[in-house]
Design a protein around this ligand. Sequence first.
Ligand code: SF4
Length: 698
Amino acid sequence: MPKDRSELPPVEELLTAAVTGLGGVERPGQVKMAQAVGDAIESEEHLAVQAGTGTGKSLAYLVPAIRHAAESGDAVVVSTATIALQRQLVDRDLPRLADALESLLPHRPEFAILKGRRNYLCRHKMAAGMPEDEDDQLFDPREVSATGRMVQRIQDWANETETGDRDEIVPGVSDQAWRQFSVTARECLGAQRCPSGADCFAELARERAGEADVVVTNHALLAIDAMEDFAVLPEHDVVVVDEAHELVDRVTSVVTGELSESTVSLAVRRAGRLIEQGVADRLQEAGEDLRALLAVAPPGRVDTLPQSLGMTLALVRDAAFACITALGPRNKDKDDPENAGLRKAAFTALDEVHDTAQRMLDAFGPASGGDGAGDDEDMDSAGSPDSASSRDSASSGGANGGGTDVRSEEVHRAEVVWLEEGRGRIPPTLRVAPLSVGGMLRDKLFGDRTVVLTSATLALGGTFDSLSRQWGLRAGEWTGLDVGSPFDHPRRGILYVATHLPQPGRDGLPEAYVDEIAELIEAAGGRTLGLFSSMRAAKAATEALRERLDVPLLCQGDDSTSQLVKQFAGDPATCLFGTLSLWQGVDVPGPSLTLVIIDRIPFPRPDDPLASARQRHVAATGGNGFMAVAATHAALLLAQGAGRLLRSMDDRGVVAVLDPRLATARYSGFLLNSLPPFWRTTDPAKVRDALRRLTADA
Ligand code: SF4
């Protein structure tokens, strides 16, 4: 074991030891990637690496990351999009890697997992120092008793747990039950002031992370750490973002604000116990106005601010501000430790309501919202003829508000507001999100650390340009590397595009598609993963084909997705149909998955408010909105979907895309260049023959 950091073996030697220790074989792409990651860390230059399935990319970044941690004494942060990958790293890869490398490093590599604060049990809230948030009147009695049982389970588990990590509770508990025992980072009192601070689970997890060489976290926490004023992750100068194709969506979710009757009611319940009733009532009334307005408003993007909405948002904002003022100075908690938790929770909910209402008003330009001081002048300006209503008239000149004024507004617009329909007991909700998170990522994430981004799918249309633009990286600030895949795609896989079929329409799955799917499945003897662009299409195909085919057909929603995938993997004759989570989440090597069917190019829905606003914004600033947003989105998903086919060196099969536009549309080259280099055909007879041969060999 080297005692001195300067004696550390080079990355290549450590990788050989790691691969040998784990009983694998070294692959050229893996070596190339490990060297590139080592070089990027040393030269402090951002790196994007596309590494196909089977490369062994986690070792290729973990080895140089561990070496850097041993050399610098600082932790390296590894961020993932999914819990499955987090678990794989922490439960499987890192322990084995630590065993394999221990003798070559000054100390055994230590690792830890760190999640957001709300994932840990809050001892202070548990000790009833903070309010219960749920309004039981909203729930039906069955839900209340189910929640009650979960609450009891959490309480029993709380007496035994050593980590306080919600994921330990099996079976899992609902968000509603868990919320009664957890706080967000903003609601937390801070370990210094909290009476339970010394035993706090979240703090203990942070402490463990502070001593680790590798800290595994998720994209959301990475974004919060980079963007908030307070540090969440331990000090680090290198971040590896795995599943980097998900980064923009995850960061967008973190910075999306929401406002509804529920968020306002929560703030009222929390503040109501601490302030004069009349002040809280004013917020309650503003929340009721909001509820009434949203109940009749059409869902979708809000391009121009209607006068009524502007006035209501200003009312909500000002009423929340009045409650904040009534709560008194924020540092009053020192003299009032009893109520510290209640006050912090009230401030958090009120700030959220106030800031989100203001942010929504700001999204329509400075005249819409005022400065947030909450006086009558602000309310007047929100509804004045020369603000909201004048924009209304400007927008009436063309489709999507395409008049000159709106177009120039579009160029300057930074955020988009939309209304989401209510579902069950979730009321209609207004949301606000940035049109781009690139600037934020560039300043906050890439600003003062080296970032390695990796995934099996980063080079869309054959280049990294689309994603690097979304990440906010400029030419010269980063390097891109595609280490390929160990799989022999042209010999082991066929990409079949059904050019003889009609283009997909708006009215569900065409009959010709159902016939084509049936013929393909018959030729494959089952063994089919059907990836549909909507749940409606997946269900329609399942219903139609269950009557026609002899093979078992599972559809997403019949059971939990993990259970369905298990059943599908266990029986080659079985087919599984579904939508989005299957496009990315299925890993079934072997003959059970021989055919992947994709019904249509997965463009975002035309009524997707964020995608359509982003597309329009790119167009207004002189770019090609369709290619930058819709085609990029489709290329990513198509590549992920097609990537389900070959999962091991022995796999063979067909990816069948029924949408003829993949071969005929002007943008098809971009999409095809995003896919693995399968052998291509448009001949249905050839494909069915190939499937029959594969089935006979299996
Ligand atoms: S420090 Fe924060 S999270 Fe920890 S017990 Fe106290 S309030 Fe809860």
